[in-house]
Design a binder for this molecule. Sequence first.
Ligand SMILES: C[S@@+](CC[C@H](N)C(=O)[O-])C[C@H]1O[C@@H](n2cnc3c(N)ncnc32)[C@H](O)[C@@H]1O
Length: 261
Amino acid sequence: MDIFFEIHCQLPREAPGNNEATAKALSLVPKLPENPIILDIGCGPGMQTLALAKITGGQIIAVDTHQPFLDELKRRAEEQNLSSQIRIQNCSMFSLNFKQESFDLIWSEGAVYIMGFQKGLQSWHRFLKPGGTLAVTELSWLVNNPPEEPLKFFRNEYPKMKHIEENISIIKQLGYSYIKNFTIPEAAWWDDYYIPLERRISLLRKKYRDDPEANNIIEEHQREIELYRNYYQCYGYVFYIMQKDALAAEDIIIRMSSSGL
Ligand SMILES: C[S@@+](CC[C@H](N)C(=O)[O-])C[C@H]1O[C@@H](n2cnc3c(N)ncnc32)[C@H](O)[C@@H]1O
């Protein structure tokens, strides 16, 4: 098995987050209809998909490209009697082919970075009904002058990482009404993500003790965890909640081109 996926299989989730943060973000969504139609992009094993299904009672399409994560979501949905609300699709966020204006809510925790914050927001806009809401989490700088160590790390790992204010400005330029942001708490990094990941790392260290290539990848994960332990005040996962407004498409194009996007 690919060592990356051996590190990542069977974890509660695949990015920082927790059910409380998902519920808080959902409480900020304006006016959802009774049985909302929801798209969860980059759902992974689906901790947030299940929370969305339980809280909203809606119908969710959950998309991801890694079949073992989707199989795990299927298993969890069956176990929790939520299968009738969740349709699982192995499909890339780069080639979504839903009808325009299909969804009341689009959700993406820890996955918009794959397209890039701006590109993701731009390309998912058309799938929202007018007045529909988009909620994403995105790794963001929390301080103006981060120390050299995290700066250097993210210059390599995620050079497009921005400050919260920069992301809010992108949201507004793309024809969304900005609703709110909040930084997910530290516990949401540890309880369901870094603690289980550290446990996995220590098991795999033993298994791959004589395999330097696998060991490198394992230690990269440990370094990422140590960085957060030391610099958690400097960066975080931020929930951004925004609403598609009822502007005509031409107005959005004019806005985007006049802001140079
Ligand atoms: C950091 S994980 C977040 C997963 C989940 N939302 C969570 O919080 O546990 C990112 C997810 O995006 C998925 N992914 C990667 N490339 C993708 C693509 N092109 N289209 C859809 N999903 C993709 C990965 O398989 C992974 O499940």
